[in-house]
Design a protein around this ligand. Structure first.
Ligand code: CU
Length: 446
């Protein structure tokens, strides 16, 4: 993305003077184009005594400044073209004092910083926005350090407004009806795989069947599930625990060494939204790295609805799986994100869809490993709540509900009818979780 400058600019000029500015070369760095580029913007600097001005397009949106970091070669005159694309107002103040006024949506302002000789930080001055992650690091690259590749890890959290990699297929949230037949057979392979768990962020996950969550199982009360577990992991043992079945754990939940297999057979005697997970210690790590999934056993008489969705909620811990740094975050309960179906903000990018007046059922299972979930859909009232095998609310009652709360390993569903066309956010109403990935959108059309 480096710009180039033409021969006419290679004349010596006085740094930082008006004359110098007139002879500068403008190179626009469209750092935000498409929103799919993850790396820091790199701005070129002086070349043979020539001042180079670099214009970087900076976007304010979703509690983020994009790009979050600009690498500039020492002496580069930096010009920021700042645009607010967010619904609420923001500004950008640079550490040396210059700042944009408050910008409404769609407004732009240019900040001329002049030649940059030391690192600077910029941020939005509205209360709390800097702490929420609206910061920009301007990092000076000394001439001698050219070729050093900068890397952004400012600890301000994930950039959930950025784009996912092109071609990435989101996991569907649609829950298919229970297949015909009373015996359900599935081969599950335990294996590690690397997936995009947040926009532009890849993470190695430990999985059942190559995805986290693993495949969803669905049946009716009395159905038999016959799961063949094969441990394809070359170094680690894994096992499986289905909460939907009741049986002595000793053999079916034992740890399989690499290459081993077993058949885990259970009859679902009770309805519910159940968790399954790896049964090998330490389970905090095996579940926290992705080895979980859901089993849905329909309560008898479950009515047909227009849409059925399944959202498995969990925490997300970045870093090398099993490393001290990652496990410390698990123990301290400081995840990098909270997610539905394994990926931060994936249904904000690719919303679920429905039509006004349609009825939807949202199944939710909390995989943890440590945190509860408070599932809520903005703009709706639940007339049905089913939690841990029992109806807490049915449509014939006068009351309504706003949240389905689940402790780790609990499950249930809620139902609602979308009153009109619009964009309905669904969230974990613990706002620490919602704003760090546990949110999505239902786009309701006419
Ligand atoms: Cu495991």
């Amino acid at each position: 993305m480096n710009g180039s400058h033409d021969a006419s600019s290679r004349r010596p000029v006085l740094l930082g003077t008006a004359a110098g500015a007139a002879l500068t070369v403008l190179a626009v760095l469209a750092a935000n184009s498409g929103g799919d580029t993850g790396g820091p913007a790199v701005a070129a600097g002086t070349a043979g005594g020539t001042t180079v001005t670099r214009t970087v397009e900076v976007t304010l949106d979703g509690m983020r400044v994009r790009p979050a970091r600009i690498d500039v070669t020492e002496g580069t005159a930096l010009r920021l073209k700042v645009t607010n694309t967010d619904a609420q107002r923001h500004d950008l103040k640079v550490g040396n004092g210059s700042a944009t006024p408050l910008l409404a949506r769609g407004q732009s302002r240019t900040l001329d910083l002049g030649p940059v000789t030391e690192d600077r930080e910029a941020w939005c001055t509205l209360p709390g926005h800097r702490a929420a992650g609206m910061t920009l690091d301007i990092v000076v690259r000394r001439a001698a350090a050219d070729g050093h590749e900068g890397h952004s890890s400012d600890g301000a959290g994930l950039d959930l407004g950025a784009g996912f990699s092109p071609g990435r297929q989101p996991r569907t949230a649609d829950l298919a009806p229970a297949p015909d037949g009373r015996i359900h057979r599935l081969e599950l392979r335990a294996a590690r795989t690397t997936v995009e768990v947040a926009p532009g962020v890849e993470q190695q996950m430990w999985t059942f069947g190559g995805t986290a969550p693993g495949p969803t199982l669905r049946g009716k009360v009395g159905d038999v599930f016959e799961i063949t577990l094969v441990n394809d992991d070359e170094t680690m043992g894994h096992g499986i625990d289905f909460h939907a079945g009741s049986l002595a754990p000793d053999r079916p939940m034992r740890t399989l060494e690499p290459g081993e297999r077993l058949v885990h057979r259970f009859r679902a005697e009770k309805a519910g939204a159940w968790l399954y997970h790896c049964s090998t210690a330490p389970m905090l790590q095996h579940i926290g790295n992705g080895m979980y999934g859901a089993v849905v056993i329909d309560p008898p008489g479950l009515k047909e609805v227009d849409h059925e969705y399944l959202l498995v909620s969990s925490e997300l811990y970045l870093g090398t799986p099993g490393s001290t740094a990652q496990v410390t975050k698990m123990r301290e309960g400081t995840p990098d994100a909270w997610v539905f179906n394994g990926v931060a903000a994936q249904y904000a990018k690719r919303p679920l869809t429905a039509k006004a007046g349609e009825r939807a059922r949202f199944w939710v299972v909390d995989a943890g490993p440590g945190d509860p979930v408070a599932f809520h859909i903005v703009g709706t009232v639940f007339d049905t709540v089913y939690k841990e095998g029992a109806y807490l609310l049915t449509p014939d009652r006068p009351g309504g509900a706003q949240v389905l709360d689940l402790a780790p390993a609990q499950g249930g569903f809620v139902e609602t009818t979308f009153p009109g066309a619009g964009h309905y956010s669904f969230v974990d109403h613990d706002m620490r979780h919602a704003e760090a990935g546990a949110h999505g959108t239902v786009e309701v059309g006419r």
